[in-house]
Design a protein around this ligand. Structure first.
Ligand SMILES: Cc1ncc(COP(=O)(O)O)c(C=O)c1O
Length: 392
């Protein structure tokens, strides 16, 4: 009766079971996997959503890519980041996740392939599979900073490769693609007709002064690029469901892509009118929320590094930007045992590296969003518990 395009294994994993058991027992948990900014104690202005009540929203006048005024507001937000994008080349979507789905429909037929970074955002497996597209991994490697293993791209690329995904900065490694790397990626992708899909949702959240010479991906003219962003991360409002795609690259290819995207977007018309009417003001006033998040994640990252410095068996991997940090710890037990033990015995919930496809153990991924005092307490408890296990 049901499709087998994905494996619907709905059983809770061991970590989820451990969390449920601790909650049932009435013990508190500090959640270092929290990635929902609306639950992390930021001060959102009470009237931030007032523009959603604009009476012009009482009229439905659908446009495949969204209203030009909302697209201009997104272009202005790119300008804030020093990036020039023509509003006519901006496509609104209900989220970044939906943008991926639209783009897979645009560039790939069922069974075609897209190259996906590893380690990276676990949702890619579902996003690709749900659109009938195969995800082929390419590797990022760490040697004090992260870089792309270009040979792994050469190995993964094939006749059915339609797009290469770059998460810039990547989740959870916090790494930007460098100028040198993008030159190589463009040389691999441009001549083969492979598009670059560049997810920049975390670009505003710097953690370390640049470790690499950052690429200006959207300014390229030799390869078709789809830049992705959204309110979810840029102003901490995931519930408003507004994302976007900026289409850049050679003019001919951009026009062709836009023409085809128009039909795809017209089929769904998924972006609500109120959020389009409110976009300019939300992007503008949301800067206050972005500022709080940026200050918080940077402070928590510094704190994590300071605490980890007193535990010489651990190290915090350099992250240039984003909402996450990666802690490397000795492999005294499997990552799964480690995260289950941390939540059960210390009440601290973290994600294991294997959730993000780290190539080997042991890594713990922590969200930098929780309030500073909560984060500091959790990190102390986590490292105490780990110290105990390391010397067991
Ligand atoms: C790399 C990356 N892209 C996209 C998203 C999702 O954004 P949206 O809420 O716009 O779908 C996330 C969410 O965590 C993410 O980590």
């Amino acid at each position: 009766m049901f499709s087998n395009r994905i494996e619907f294994d709905l059983r809770p994993n061991r970590l989820a079971q451990a969390v449920a058991a601790r909650r049932r027992a009435g013990h508190p948990i500090i959640d270092l996997t929290e990635s929902n900014p609306t639950r992390a104690g930021f001060a959102y202005p009470d009237d931030l959503l007032a523009p959603l009540a604009n009476p012009r929203g009482l009229v439905y006048a659908p446009e495949p890519f969204g209203s030009i005024e909302a697209r201009r507001a997104v272009a202005a937000d790119y300008a804030r980041r020093g990036i020039a994008v023509d509003p006519q080349r901006i496509v609104l979507t209900a989220s970044t996740s939906e943008a991926y789905s639209m783009l897979f429909k645009l560039v790939a037929a069922p069974g075609d392939e897209v190259l996906v970074p590893r380690p990276s955002y676990p949702l890619f497996e579902l996003l690709t599979t749900l659109d009938g597209v195969a995800a082929r991994p390419y590797d990022l490697e760490y040697h004090g900073i992260w870089s792309i293993d270009l040979a792994s791209i050469e190995r993964a690329v094939g006749p059915r490769t339609r797009a290469l995904l770059v998460v810039n900065p990547n989740n959870p490694t916090g790494s930007f693609v460098s100028h040198q790397e993008i030159e190589r990626l463009a040389a691999i992708c441009g001549p083969r007709g492979i598009a670059l899909i560049v997810d920049e949702v975390f670009a505003d959240y710097e953690l370390e002064p640049d470790a690499v010479d950052r690429a200006r991906v959207l300014a390229r003219r030799d390869v078709l690029v789809f830049g992705l962003g959204g309110l979810s991360k840029s102003v901490g409002l995931p519930q408003l469901k507004l994302g976007w795609i900026a289409v850049t690259g050679p003019d001919g290819l951009v026009s062709e892509a836009i023409g085809r995207l128009e039909l795809i977007c017209d089929t769904y018309l998924s972006v609500s009118t109120p959020v389009q009417l409110a976009a300019a003001e939300l992007l503008d006033r949301g800067a206050a929320v972005r500022g709080q998040i940026a200050a918080r994640v940077a402070a928590n990252y510094r704190r994590l590094k300071a605490v980890a410095a007193s535990a010489p068996w651990s190290s915090v991997l350099t992250a240039s930007a984003g909402w996450y940090a990666v802690l490397r710890v000795p492999t005294v037990r499997s990552e799964e045992d480690l995260v289950v033990d941390l939540v059960t015995a210390a009440g601290v919930l973290t994600h294991p590296g294997y959730f993000f496809d780290f190539p080997h153990e042991s890594y713990l991924i922590v969200s930098l969003l929780p309030p500073e005092e909560t984060f500091a307490a959790a990190v102390e408890r986590m490292l105490d518990r780990l110290e105990h296990r390391v010397h067991d």
